[in-house]
Design a protein around this ligand. Structure first.
Ligand SMILES: Nc1ncnc2c1ncn2[C@@H]1O[C@H](COP(=O)(O)OP(=O)(O)OP(=O)(O)O)[C@@H](O)[C@H]1O
Length: 509
């Protein structure tokens, strides 16, 4: 049978960076094909070429056996190629129906046409078990449902080849399971899926074939059934990965963070956080587990000074944080940083970096006064040294301090943010989803850095939806559901079923 996609000697350079070098492989029709590789290996670039965002500098692409010059995403769509991005491309205050019609239909408010499209959407939703109401407003939908809207859009546009770029990074385990069901149905119809993911468990579970990329090139390829997680990890990183990190014994010090009776009501008077009591000691990592959207983000926002609580107190090393009598949070994040609270935000693109600034500028973002000389001016030599050390310790690629950070691959941007916060030696470090979108080699080094900080006496609050990550790092697990803490357990008591029940809000009264 003709392959669905054939890459022949694709190369792509961005200035001096060779993002793709002579990439050749084929994707069988009716298969699920995994593409894996370290951060910056060139996966997204290759997919962007297939989807018509970028022009290759060399080589060509065959779709269904025919050489095609894909010059825009319109041309890709016309060839039956669909893409589900990491950041959804939906208009939030529109309905699902309007979102689907937008860009595909001329007058998308025409009554008769709308009814026909709606009927077709209902039919697709049923066939693929998408569980989406075409008339729902997108902003009311969960992240998982919004992703299914993106898939619905592609199916409606008759995509035969669906590209998914790290689709499960933002999903819960349950949402991932239903996404995989949808993908299996898609495949059963003879359609083709290209799946980019850092999660090797997912590769083993759902793909038929895997291509491994490293340094812009194809580093290996295998039938999934003939491989293993360990073998794939080795091919990806070029060295064995430690499956379990050694941890020093738990030796907590004095309380660093003391949260008492914290409440948060949003502007619509909806209670987002209720009666939060939490203590974290020096040298302790506490993981906040739970399905996202249950108050974890709000708690991190308050503790990092981005948002004011409605009531309650927070003390750092015995001193109350200056929330009282404030009308807004202006300037608070900077003040909290001064006091020794580091923060790796969950949404690094929104809150963690300034995309148009260089890696060097971003490496001191928020810590400008630490790199000033005695006249209060920037000490550029110090900034350069610090940035050089960050790039080296956290293996940021390419190792170019002057590159605009927005041009780094997602995982490499994350390394800069984590490196910046770790190197500031905080008393308390707040970390939201530290390894989202990060490759396994880098996960290992980020985990090592966090454990090193813990051993040096830093108190760490980790928010993570990855239970494996929680297990690898936490001394204690606190579960949140519906804005409340529903329970806590020591790491020795780690038990996914119990955590699952607590996540669902089940707890002993
Ligand atoms: N528009 C651009 N300008 C300059 N360099 C770029 C651009 N887009 C990507 N790059 C570089 O090309 C290389 C490949 O990046 P790409 O995003 O394809 O990697 P990736 O494998 O998808 O990584 P990740 O897993 O982190 O998403 C990286 O070194 C990146 O910095």
């Amino acid at each position: 049978m003709q392959p669905a996609v054939e890459f022949r000697n694709i190369s792509k350079a961005f200035g001096p960076v060779q993002a793709n070098v002579d990439v050749s492989f084929t994707i069988a029709k009716g298969s699920i094909h995994g593409v894996i590789g370290e951060n910056g290996a060139g996966k997204s670039t290759l997919m962007s070429i297939l989807y018509g965002y970028y022009r290759a500098s060399g080589g060509h692409i065959l779709i269904d056996g025919q050489q095609r010059d894909i010059r825009s995403s319109h041309e890709a769509i016309a060839l039956g190629i669909g893409m589900v991005h990491q950041h959804f491309m939906l208009v939030e205050n529109f309905t699902v129906l309007d979102n689907v019609m937008l860009g595909t239909e001329g007058g998308f408010r025409l009554g008769a046409k709308r009814a026909a499209v709606e009927a077709r959407l209902r039919e697709i939703c049923q066939r693929y078990a998408l569980e989406i109401d075409p008339l729902a407003v997108v902003s009311d939908l969960s992240v998982g449902a919004q992703q299914r809207v993106e898939i619905l859009k592609q199916i409606y546009r008759s995509a035969n080849i669906l590209i998914l770029d790290e689709p499960t990074a933002v999903l819960t385990a349950q949402e991932t399971a239903s996404l995989f069901e949808i993908l299996r149905t898609f495949k059963a119809q003879g359609k083709t899926i290209i799946l980019i993911t850092h999660k090797l468990g997912e590769i083993m579970e759902i793909t038929d074939q895997v291509t491994v990329m490293r340094g812009g090139r194809v580093a290996g390829a295998t039938a999934t059934a003939a491989s293993s997680k360990e073998a794939l990890a080795g091919m990806m990183v070029g060295r064995p990965i430690e499956s379990e990190l050694a941890r020093a014994p738990f030796a907590p010090g004095a309380p660093v963070l003391e949260v008492r009776g914290l409440q948060l009501d949003d502007k619509d008077k909806v209670r987002r956080l209720a009666e939060i009591d939490l203590t974290i000691h020096a040298g302790e990592i506490v993981a906040l587990a739970g399905v996202s959207g249950n108050g974890q983000s709000e708690l991190l926002e308050i503790l990092s000074g981005m948002r004011l609580p409605s009531s309650g107190t927070v003390a750092l090393n015995g001193v109350a944080l200056p929330f009282a009598r404030r009308r807004d949070a202006d300037g608070l994040p900077a003040q909290f940083r001064e006091l020794g609270i580091g923060h790796v935000p969950e949404d690094r693109l929104r809150d963690g970096v300034i995309k148009d600034f260089s890696v060097m500028q971003n490496s001191v973002f928020g810590y400008q006064d630490k790199v000033a000389n005695r006249w209060g001016l920037f000490d550029f030599k110090r900034i350069a040294q610090r940035c050089g050390a960050l790039i080296k310790n956290f293996d940021v690629r390419p190792a170019d301090p002057d590159m605009r950070i927005g041009l780094l691959s997602g995982g490499n941007q994350q390394k800069v943010v984590i490196g910046r916060e770790v190197m500031a030696k905080p008393a308390l470090l707040l970390v939201g989803q530290p390894t989202r979108g990060v490759d396994i080699g880098t996960i290992e080094s980020i985990h090592k850095e966090l454990l090193k900080l813990r051993d040096a006496g830093v108190a760490i609050l980790l928010v993570s939806v990855e239970l494996e990550e929680v297990r690898a790092l936490a001394d204690r697990i606190v579960v949140m559901s519906g804005g409340r803490i529903t329970g806590g357990l020591k790491i020795e008591e780690f038990d996914t079923t119990r955590i699952g029940l607590l996540m669902g809000g089940m707890h002993k009264k």
